[in-house]
Write a new protein. Structure first.
Length: 119
């Protein structure tokens, strides 16, 4: 049985995503010429779970790689950026020394966190 155009496009796009390590659907068409971007959207290829998962996997792999690289770097700015990505909310608040709390009434409460004086 012959594959439909949609199935063929899906398989070819998945191959491009895997080989070129694409992370966003719109970026596929810089490397894939089997159909135009508008054709892909008309076939709703961006909504297919297989394509979403392939893109998500590539983003996750890249994120993990960069975080590990930033952690092992000697650059303090990269170390802080990595810490902010992996720390808890409480640790992030302590690091920023300022917390903006948006309450349900729409008011913004600023709370400055100052280090305790040592006696």
């Amino acid at each position: 049985m012959a594959k439909s155009k949609k199935q063929r496009y899906e398989e070819e796009i998945l191959e491009v995503i895997k080989n070129k390590k694409i992370m966003r659907f719109s970026h596929v068409f810089a490397h894939y010429t089997g159909c135009s971007m508008s054709t892909a959207y008309n076939h709703e290829l961006e909504k297919l779970e297989s394509i979403k998962e392939a893109l998500k996997k590539n983003r996750s792999t890249a994120t993990n790689y960069l975080i590990q690289k930033w952690i092992s770097s000697d650059n303090a700015t990269l170390n802080v950026a990595a810490f902010k990505l992996v720390c808890s909310d409480e640790e992030r608040q302590k690091l920023n020394q300022q917390n903006v709390d948006l309450n349900h009434s729409g008011n913004i409460d600023y709370k400055v966190i100052r280090p305790k004086d040592e006696d």
